[in-house]
Design a protein around this ligand. Structure first.
Ligand code: AMP
Ligand code: MG
Length: 517
């Protein structure tokens, strides 16, 4: 494919591009994607550079200072080897069919070879595309910093997510509720294909294209399905996506992440967290928490996420029906969610409690706890971290749990729960740890250590992101950098950043996260 619109300039940069004809949706033809050059922004500057990801990608340390890196990752030049394109998708938004959407402000630069396989590099906010509709194709500094920090925080937490390599900024202005400055995030994922890509071709009756897309996703990302032919392959595809989505929902619920805009166009077919908008990590535990101020019905409230994902999977299943042919296998593939999600969540919650073996009553133990946390608006992250430390204290068990108990107003409710938890731990030791048959100091320590690896000390609380953004707006990007460093290793102590591990301050509840981005 060639460019109708010539690239502004071509510059060399040492990125291990895969050949354009061997990567990306452009391979499938012009129905899938349109070559689109980025539109330049004035006076680009660095906002954040993810040096850890740079190293993971085995890019040289001079990558950031190489001639034109900054310009290329702002969309001001197009690199030799890169063939930018925007892809088309549709989707259901807030439960309604929204018709055609597409990469309105995302440009795929192409795929690069990395130590963890081919990855698509994508600029978000690099100007209008054929799918921008009435939008300007831009992103503001505020939302770009949030996406950068959140995706790296999720990665640090072990949650499947797209990544972010850097953010660049510009004094160029963007009109939202207020006039703000523009920014561009360089995102990375094995694929940015969404449920909505499939819905697009199904809804337009483009069945050959639907099949080509399904075959392409299988070939690129699900080689284990490659040997299957016909409907079995597409049922397998639906089942694989059902599984990875169930696993993702368990990950979100366990870390207390609320996405906020779970429209089908924001659902990755690889089960990655995708498109960070008005997301929020829970402070106080509240299952009905709504982080998106436009979500008046609470459709995407924290506790509803697993059910919404299931609804979205049905939309995907519906889109795949022309390839699966019969309803029964499609329904059977979707039905897997009903076991896969609870099993994945149970495993995550057991790990948070430091329990090695599954036992009857575990779900009730978790539910009783969450009810008590909700009743007293206990901070979700602080609770688990304090619990992890308390379990490790062996000298005086009752005394050890005081800092956890202090989080509750209804102390008697916590005490009752603690007592059942201790009974449960004792049983877990007896069956799960051959070295001891009771709560020996050693097993307390081991349990505590395991818990400290799954219960983070640091999450991207709204107020931390907000402080980093306020500083960034004055040209000081140091907090963005420090936060990113801490959030990459959220299970470490980072004593210099103790304040970021504390409860959210009073003013945090008044932060209004704008849905505009
Ligand atoms: P989102 O709510 O961010 O997932 O976006 C929904 C749809 O609107 C997607 O097709 C986006 O590409 C598009 N979109 C959002 N913001 C803009 C913008 N500023 N310019 C063009 N398209 C946009
Ligand atoms: Mg989106």
């Amino acid at each position: 494919m060639t460019y109708d619109d010539p690239a502004p300039r071509v510059a060399p940069l040492d990125l291990p591009w895969r050949p354009a004809n061997a990567s990306g949706l452009t391979q499938l033809g012009s129905t899938f994607a349109t070559p689109t050059a980025p539109t330049a922004l004035p006076a680009a500057h660095w906002v954040a550079r993810n040096d850890r990801l740079r190293a993971e990608l085995s890019l040289p340390s001079e990558f950031w200072t190489q001639h034109d890196t900054l310009q290329a990752l702002t969309g001001n030049v197009v690199l030799t080897g890169s063939s930018p394109y925007a892809s088309v998708y549709s989707g259901h938004q807030f439960g309604q069919w929204a018709g055609q959407l597409g990469d309105g402000r995302a440009l795929n630069l192409g795929d690069i070879d990395t130590p963890f396989g081919p990855q698509t590099l994508q600029l978000k906010g690099a100007g209008p595309t054929p799918y921008s509709r009435r939008g300007d194709g831009r992103a503001v500094l505020r939302s770009s910093i949030r996406e950068y920090l959140a995706s790296e925080a999720m990665h640090g937490l072990g949650v499947a997510t797209t990544r972010a390599l850097c953010v660049t900024g510009s004094p160029g202005l963007v009109r939202r509720e207020e006039v703000e400055t523009a920014a561009v995030v360089t995102r990375m994922a094995p694929s940015f294909v969404r449920f909505g890509h499939f819905e697009h071709f199904a809804s337009n009756g483009l069945i050959d294209e639907l099949q080509a897309l399904a075959d392409w996703v299988v070939a690129q990302h699900m080689p284990h399905l490659q040997a299957l032919q016909g409907p079995a392959r597409y049922t397998g595809l639906l089942q694989a996506i059902t599984h990875s989505t169930a696993e993702l929902m368990a990950q979100w619920q366990a870390v207390g992440f609320c996405h906020g805009v779970m429209n089908t166009d924001n659902m990755s077919v690889l089960g990655l967290t995708l498109d960070y908008g008005p997301f929020q990590f829970l402070d106080a535990f509240d299952p009905s928490h709504i982080c998106n101020h436009s979500d008046h019905q609470g459709r995407y409230a924290y506790a509803r996420q697993p059910q919404v994902a299931y609804w979205n999977l049905f939309c995907l299943g519906q889109a795949l029906m022309p390839l699966i042919d019969e309803q029964a296998p499609a329904l059977a593939a979707l039905e897997r969610y009903k076991d896969a999600f609870p099993a994945a969540l149970d495993a995550r919650m057991r790990a948070k409690l430091g329990l090695h073996n599954a036992a009857e009553g575990d779900r009730a133990l978790v539910e009783t706890l969450l009810k008590a946390m909700h009743q007293d608006r206990v901070d979700y992250t602080v609770f688990w971290r304090r619990l992890s430390h308390a379990v490790g204290e062996s000298a005086s068990v009752t005394h050890a749990f005081e800092p956890v108990r202090d989080l509750f107003l209804h102390r008697e409710v916590f005490d009752a729960w603690l007592s059942s938890y201790q009974t449960r731990m004792a049983a877990d030791c007896a069956t799960g740890d051959a070295a001891s048959s009771d709560l020996s100091p050693l097993s307390n320590q081991a349990r505590s250590q395991a818990m400290l690896q799954v219960n983070p000390k640091f999450i991207l609380r709204n107020h931390l992101g907000e402080l980093a953004i306020r500083q960034a707006k004055t040209g000081d990007f140091s907090m963005v950098q420090d936060l990113c460093d801490v959030l990459h290793q959220p299970f470490d102590e980072h004593p210099a950043f103790e304040a970021w591990a504390g409860l959210a301050p009073e003013w945090a509840s008044s932060i209004e996260i704008s849905c505009s981005s």
